[in-house]
Design a protein around this ligand. Structure first.
Ligand code: DLZ
Length: 162
C-alpha cells in the first residue's frame, strides 16, 4: 500500500506537464496594477509547464466580489479543466473588505465542489498597497504564479484519480 511522505508534499515536486490542460483565468479590475502582475505570474507559470497559449483564456470582471460568477461562467460555458481567480482586496476604513473577502472565499469554495473543478484562489487580502506589491512579484513572490501551480497540480490530481 502506498504511504504518504509527510515530510515532502507532492506539491513541492516539479510541476507536471500542462501541455494538454486548459485554463480559464478570471481577473478583477480593481487594483489593476496588482492584478495584472498576478496575471503575468500565472501565465508565466502555465507556459513554463508547457501549456500552450491557445489553452489559456483570460476574462476580466469588475472586482474581486465578481470573481465567483466569472469562474462559474468559465465552468458553465467553456471546456476549461480549471479556473484561476485573481484579485486584490485592500483593507479600507469600512467593513467592505470583510464582506468581499467572505463572499469570494465562500463563492469559490462552493463552486469547486458544485462543479467538481479546481478553482485556484489567487486573491490577495492585504492591509495596504505595499503588502500587495510585495506579493505580486515583490519580496514575497507572486501569488498568481502560486495559484497557477496549484491549478496545474489539482488538474493532474483529478486526472490521476478519475
Ligand atoms: C467596492 C470595492 C472596494 C471598496 N474595494 C475593493 C478592493 O479592494 N478590491 C476589489 O477587487 N474590489 C473592491 N471593490 C469592488 C467589489 O469587488 C465589487 O466589484 C463591487 O462591490 C460591485 O459588486
Amino acid at each position: 500500500m502506498a504511504t504518504k511522505n509527510h515530510n515532502l508534499s507532492k506539491f513541492d515536486s516539479p510541476l507536471p506537464s500542462a501541455a494538454d490542460m486548459r485554463f480559464g483565468i478570471v481577473v478583477a479590475e480593481w487594483n489593476r496594477e496588482v492584478t495584472e502582475a498576478l496575471l503575468e505570474g500565472a501565465v508565466r507559470t502555465l507556459r513554463a509547464a508547457g501549456c500552450p497559449d491557445m489553452n489559456i483564456q483570460v476574462k476580466y470582471v469588475p472586482g474581486t466580489f465578481e470573481l465567483s460568477l466569472g469562474a462559474q461562467f468559465f465552468a458553465e460555458y467553456t471546456d476549461v479543466d480549471a479556473v484561476i481567480a485573481l484579485g486584490c482586496v485592500i483593507q479600507g476604513d469600512t467593513r467592505h473588505f470583510d464582506f468581499i473577502c467572505q463572499g469570494v472565499t465562500q463563492g469559490i469554495t462552493q463552486l469547486q465542489i458544485q462543479w467538481n473543478m479546481p478553482i485556484a484562489f489567487g486573491v490577495l487580502t492585504v492591509g495596504d498597497m505595499q503588502q500587495a506589491l510585495d506579493r505580486c512579484g515583490g519580496r514575497h513572490g507572486n501569488k498568481g504564479d502560486e495559484a497557477a501551480a496549484t491549478a496545474i497540480n489539482m488538474v493532474k490530481l483529478q486526472i490521476d484519480m478519475e
